[in-house]
Design a protein around this ligand. Structure first.
Ligand code: APR
Ligand code: PHB
Length: 389
């Protein structure tokens, strides 16, 4: 079998790229290791930058997002010194859209099915061959049978644990990593959000975040040890801990209820360079990971997709290789800025096990500066709503 582009991974990066390529008349096959239901069972962050929303619009998958997404024009930051608001609209003229990544993925699968684009689920042993030649191919197993697809380009959208990144030889690849000494315990509950905006809280007991999916679905997180386990926490334990970390005015009005999902996620910063090797391109989590503070994961994946789509479109349209030649460099320039913001915001809001009294004072001085300084708030807002592509 032959196609133009093989996309490995049916997460948001692979699906969005596939949809944009389809719209431009470029044929792409998506290979996904799991089932559609399994992929849609993953719960992830829920804040979309303007650039991501525009890209979803360009792909023709923004109808539900526009009808059900919540536009937020600011966020609340809390610490022992009190609570303040950063106004995105005032500082940047932009807003962000609160809409679950799971819903973005569902919309992309629905769109893909409605145009009859090909997704192969439950593939195993995916291998990329000849990425450094002019005729690459991808082999895989499905239903116990071996398959091979030859193509012009291969795109690795297979997340942090995928095989694509590891296909790039070790002497070509350079990896940068920071693992944080804690995780996020996250829950979903069918309760109204404590506030109409998100609250990021730095408390003596550790970080907490109040987020939401809609008017009756809340998403809350507390910083926890990675040695902890969800089964060690009853719903009551979670609500008690969350309340202790929030300013009183929010703790008092927090509406609690049964949780419908609980999970613990690690925090990691990771980048691999380059994001291209011959005819293989990496996109999204396959190439970089950010800690979730600031919700840059999906948004950074979306900017990769934008640069790669531009490059592939120009090449198929007119044989122009400029966009493909500069893909890695352009994507990485923006990736590193998102890495910086996510690392900085994580460092600002969490309690670290080895933090000295001096480190704690630095954290409160930085929060106090952000609270009182317009230029610092503008820089925060520009990063939060998303740097330009
Ligand atoms: N073969 C085929 N598919 C694979 C393989 C493989 N060898 N390995 C992984 N996959 C699939 C996974 O099952 C998953 O559905 O690739 C997909 C990768 O999806 P994500 O991990 O969601 O990565 P990405 O699409 O880049 O999305 C980036 O998702 O993880 C969040 O924080 C991240 O928000 C960001 C966004
Ligand atoms: C979420 O809603 O899950 C969320 C929101 C903002 C973040 C991280 C996660 O910074």
């Amino acid at each position: 079998m032959r196609t133009q582009v093989v996309i490995i991974g049916g997460g948001p990066s692979g699906l969005l790229l596939g949809q944009l390529l389809h719209g431009a008349g470029i044929e792409a096959v998506v290979l996904e290791r799991k089932t559609r239901d399994y992929v849609l069972g993953r719960i992830r962050a829920g804040v979309l930058e303007r650039g991501t929303v525009n890209l979803l619009k360009q792909a023709g998958v923004d109808a539900r997002l526009r009808a059900q997404g919540l536009a937020h024009d600011g966020t609340l930051l809390a610490s022992e010194a009190g609570c303040f608001r950063v106004d995105f609209k005032k500082h940047t003229g932009e807003t962000v859209m609160v809409y679950g990544q799971t819903e973005v993925t569902r919309d992309l699968y629905d769109a893909r099915e409605s145009v009859g684009a090909r997704t192969v689920f439950e593939v195993a042993d995916v291998a990329i061959n000849g990425a450094d030649s002019d005729s690459p191919s991808v082999t895989f197993q499905q239903d116990g049978k071996g398959h091979s697809i030859s193509c012009d380009y291969v795109v690795g959208c297979d997340g942090f644990h995928g095989i694509s990144r590891k296909t790039i030889p070790e002497d070509v690849r350079r990896e940068y990593e920071k693992v944080y000494p804690f995780g996020w315990f996250g829950i979903l509950s069918e309760t109204p959000p404590v506030d109409h905006e998100l609250i990021y809280a730095n408390s003596e007991r550790g970080f907490a975040l109040c987020s939401m999916r809609n008017a009756n679905l809340s998403r809350y997180y507390v910083q926890c040890s990675m040695a902890d386990h969800v089964d060690n926490w009853s719903d009551d334990d979670f609500w008690t801990e969350l309340k202790r970390r929030l300013p009183e005015q929010f703790a008092d009005r927090l509406i609690t209820g049964p949780t419908i999902e609980k999970s613990i996620a690690p925090l990691r910063s990771f980048v691999t360079e380059p994001m291209r090797w011959g005819r293989l391109f990496l996109c999204g989590d396959a190439a970089h990971i950010v800690p979730p503070t600031g919700a840059k994961g999906l948004n950074t994946a979306a900017s990769d997709v934008h640069y790669l789509f531009q490059g592939l479109h120009a090449w198929y349209d007119s044989g122009d290789t400029e966009g493909l030649d500069h893909y890695s460099e352009r994507a990485l320039a923006r990736v590193w800025k998102a890495e910086r913001f996510s690392w900085w915001f994580s460092s600002l809001m969490h309690r670290f096990p080895d933090q000295s009294d001096f480190d704690l004072r630095m954290q409160s001085a930085e929060i106090s500066f952000l609270r009182s300084n317009d230029a610092a708030q503008k820089a925060f807002a520009e990063n939060y709503v998303g740097l330009p592509y």
